[in-house]
Design a protein around this ligand. Structure first.
Ligand SMILES: Cc1cc2nc3c(=O)[nH]c(=O)nc-3n(C[C@H](O)[C@H](O)[C@H](O)COP(=O)(O)OP(=O)(O)OC[C@H]3O[C@@H](n4cnc5c(N)ncnc54)[C@H](O)[C@@H]3O)c2cc1C
Length: 469
């Protein structure tokens, strides 16, 4: 194929790449080429298990310029009382419409699907078609944008880290809906949100809790969905933020931070007897948690091999039901990453700038990129949060997240942009001062933000020096 010239080459058309491009196009005059190995935008959602939904409300997911869903509060089911959450099919359709109906008609965006980005040399950046093998060389005037760095790891594209004997039936959760005969039982492997969704789906479908074995080596801390509500319920989100900052002001390490957030109703866990060791920012409702607690066969071990009679684990042999279907939910979802500067000369690496709400972070980076500032200033405005999945790192994540909110909040142009962004979970908060939780939260935030930043700096310095917990 021929050569292409563009201002930005964005690799990855998942939520991160799409939210970035949408805001960059709105805030600048740039041209963009987006490439992705998949055939359409949407990233991991295109291969997600069929019963997945957003963890968070659709109201602040997607891209800035187009609403996702109808901002409706669900009246029944496990999400009753909370803002609606899109299914994978709705998310994929949404991102495709953003591309086809909004971005491409600007005449400034081109999408190359089924195209693998293979790197750069003196000729330019090389992209190979997965259909024809033809190479396109792309000359980039401004920056290469890596929107794959925080790419999701999902069950249907994941190779399990344990051995499986040939007669064993191991499937990703995607294939549960294709089972055509009753199983002898179900063994769900994994401790994250995918495993929780899978267990709840089985229970909702009428599987007896006693027929489920759940291999859950490390329990996670989870956000209480009640605390993550925007728009008319934004008082809950503000209260969560105030609690977060208050906990940050007094914590001595990640574990005490998390337990304090639990006391304040922000964090929840599946089993009060187990101290969670993981935190990946997933969100769950109390109703879903209650349902999960009905599963009593919880196996706390790491699996080495699955055989017909059971599993070989680091805790010895574990028996499972004959004819059990094993469901692999061990893909990390949100993968651990190492922080690197977002803005670096002729490249950008899109990463988390907020805890959760991935598209909000990506759109914020685009709004910063559209400014005339140099890279040092842009990086100052966008401190990176590196998710390791460890509870011990919650103070480090929080320090980066809160520092970013503070520096961006004190920039008038960025504040004005953020206040008007639908991706911002507290957009429109000033219209809700009649909710007593909102002024109370502002007061708590004002009183605690200074002490919180100072305490987090102490705690994280201590941890870096090896004196933390
Ligand atoms: C089940 C699940 C539910 C989630 N729910 C939420 C939620 O409610 N809220 C939230 O904020 N976050 C949620 N997340 C976190 C999730 O990481 C983000 O929402 C987001 O969808 C991730 O988008 P991404 O673009 O970073 O990665 P991906 O969706 O993985 O997209 C990366 C893209 O890059 C492409 N790519 C990679 N390498 C190349 C290459 N060399 N050449 C070309 N293309 C390449 C891939 O094909 C892929 O399409 C969830 C994650 C999972 C797994």
């Amino acid at each position: 194929m021929g050569d292409i010239e563009t201002d930005y080459l964005v690799v990855g058309a998942g939520a991160t790449g799409m939210a970035f491009v949408d805001t960059l196009i709105a805030e600048s005059d740039a041209n963009v080429v987006i490439v992705d190995r998949r055939h359409r935008p949407g990233g991991h959602w295109l291969d997600a298990y069929p019963f997945v939904r957003l963890h968070q409300p659709s109201a602040n997911y997607g891209v800035n310029s187009r609403r996702l869903g109808n901002d409706r509060i669900d009246e029944s089911g496990p999400n009753a009382g909370f803002y609606e959450r899109a299914t994978a099919a709705e998310i994929c359709d949404y991102f495709n419409r953003v591309l086809v109906e909004d971005l491409i008609p600007t005449g400034r965006v081109r999408f190359l699907g089924m195209s693998d980005y293979q790197g750069t040399d003196t000729e330019g950046h090389h992209v190979v078609s997965l259909l024809t093998g033809a190479t396109t060389t792309i000359k980039v005037r401004r920056r290469l944008v890596d929107a794959t760095y925080v790419e999701s790891s999902i069950p249907s594209r994941h190779t399990p880290g344990y051995a499986i004997d040939p007669q064993v039936r191991l499937i990703p959760p995607n294939d549960l809906v294709d089972l055509d005969e009753p199983a002898g039982g179900f063994t769900v492997l994994g401790a994250g949100k995918t495993a929780m969704d899978t267990c709840n789906w089985l229970l909702d479908a009428g599987v007896d809790p006693g027929a489920i074995h759940w291999v859950r080596p490390r329990d996670p801390w989870l956000f209480n969905r009640a605390a993550m509500q925007p728009l008319d319920l934004v008082g809950a989100y503000m209260q969560m933020q105030a609690s977060w900052v208050a906990s940050a002001a007094t914590c001595v390490d990640g574990a005490s931070f998390a337990r304090d957030l639990e006391d304040r109703g922000v964090f929840v866990r599946i089993d009060s007897r187990i101290e969670p060791e993981a935190f990946r920012g997933a969100t769950i409702s109390l109703q879903e948690l209650e349902s999960l607690r009905s599963i009593e066969h919880v196996v706390r071990c790491r699996v080495h091999r699955i055989g017909v009679r059971g599993m070989a684990t680091d805790q010895g042999e574990v028996e499972t039901a004959a004819g059990s279907v094993y469901v692999d939910c061990t893909a990390a979802g949100v993968r651990p990453t190492v922080a690197r500067p977002i803005f670096e000369g002729d490249r950008m690496t899109l990463q988390y700038t907020t805890i959760g709400i991935v598209p909000w972070g990506a759109a914020t980076i685009a709004a910063v990129e559209a400014r005339p500032d140099d890279d040092a200033e842009k990086n100052r405005l966008c401190p990176v949060l590196a998710f390791t999945g460890a509870v011990a790192d919650i103070p480090t994540l929080s320090l980066a997240g809160m520092s970013g909110l503070m520096v961006r909040g004190s920039d008038p142009a960025l504040s004005t942009w953020a206040e008007a962004s639908r991706l911002n979970p507290i957009a429109g908060v000033m219209n809700h001062m009649d909710d007593p939780r909102v002024p109370a939260a502002f007061e708590t935030l004002g009183a605690n933000i200074g002490p919180a930043l100072a305490n987090l700096a102490r705690v994280t310095e201590g941890e870096a020096a090896g004196v933390g917990a």
